[in-house]
Design a protein around this ligand. Structure first.
Ligand code: ATP
Length: 247
């Protein structure tokens, strides 16, 4: 079953990428990538390990330089001004181990210019209530993922969420929680770009698919179209397009 929410709404895209290319040394990791992300959609960024997903996310955030092409977020090049409209949860971003959950969020709130009273709200939003005084070093994988999501939500009214592997390392309950979280965010009108390896989960979560293979965008469009209205599993279509080991 797919999470079809109909076709994309009209209006200017939230993310617009044209002809993006990037190499590390003589290795090209993004090659002529172009796509738009319309407002209010949940878009899954899929691809094997090393396909270029994180590099693409970093390019969208302006933290990775690109060799050619352009990125526009809300009609402007990525920059610090976007911190008020874009919430980011990147896999691998560390927390200060000795800080408590509350203290860690206070540090982020200061960096983002967000009033401290917002911390209570985001702790509740990601259901870390009761863990405010727990040290980051002692959080479980699931709790760390939630804390990461909490940092992405600190700016009230953030319009675009970029989530890099939010369900990485989670148990089935945690994965289900992330699914519900993303759906809630979409229901509240936010646009969500989410990268993941969990194809069955993505099948239940996203409206649109961006499929990267060796730095090339090999599919962009609705999940409905990609899976022929749910007749094919996303995982089967994934392997059909990018190749790989069959079960
Ligand atoms: N700073 C870097 N210097 C050199 N090569 C890099 C650097 N960052 C990434 N790469 C290479 O770029 C390619 C794409 O990496 P990237 O992390 O974007 O892939 P990914 O799709 O996010 O992979 P994964 O699913 O494993 O997280 C890989 O071959 C990786 O080794």
């Amino acid at each position: 079953m797919t999470a079809d929410r109909g076709s994309a709404p009209a209006g200017p895209p939230v993310i617009s990428v044209r002809g993006l290319s990037k190499s590390y040394g003589d290795r090209q990791v993004l090659g002529d990538v172009s796509f738009d992300v319309p407002r209010g959609r949940v878009v899954g960024l899929l691809g094997r390990n090393g396909a270029g997903k994180t590099t693409l996310m970093k390019s969208l955030l302006g933290t990775a330089t690109v060799d050619s092409g352009s990125v526009e977020i809300f009609g402007a090049a990525p920059g610090p001004g976007h911190a008020q409209r874009v919430g980011v949860a990147m896999d691998g971003i560390g927390f200060y181990p000795a800080a408590t959950v509350r203290r860690e969020l206070a540090l982020w709130a200061t960096a983002l210019g967000v009033p401290k009273r917002r911390i209570r709200d985001v702790i509740d939003l990601v259901e870390l209530t009761g863990h405010e005084r727990q040290r980051c070093a002692k959080l479980s994988t699931g709790q760390r993922q939630r804390l990461r999501l909490a940092t992405a939500l600190l700016v009230p009214g953030v319009e675009l969420l970029m989530l890099d592997e939010p369900a990485n390392g989670l148990d089935p309950d945690g994965i289900r929680w992330v699914r519900r979280f993303i759906k809630d965010m979409a229901a509240s009108g936010k646009t969500v770009l989410v990268s993941s390896h969990q194809l069955s989960e993505m099948e239940n979560t996203v409206d649109d698919v961006l499929l990267l293979d060796k730095g090339r965008l090999v599919h962009t469009g609705s999940l409905h179209e990609f899976t022929a209205g749910g007749r094919f599993a996303l995982e089967d279509r994934f392997f059909e397009v990018v190749g790989g080991i069959r079960a």
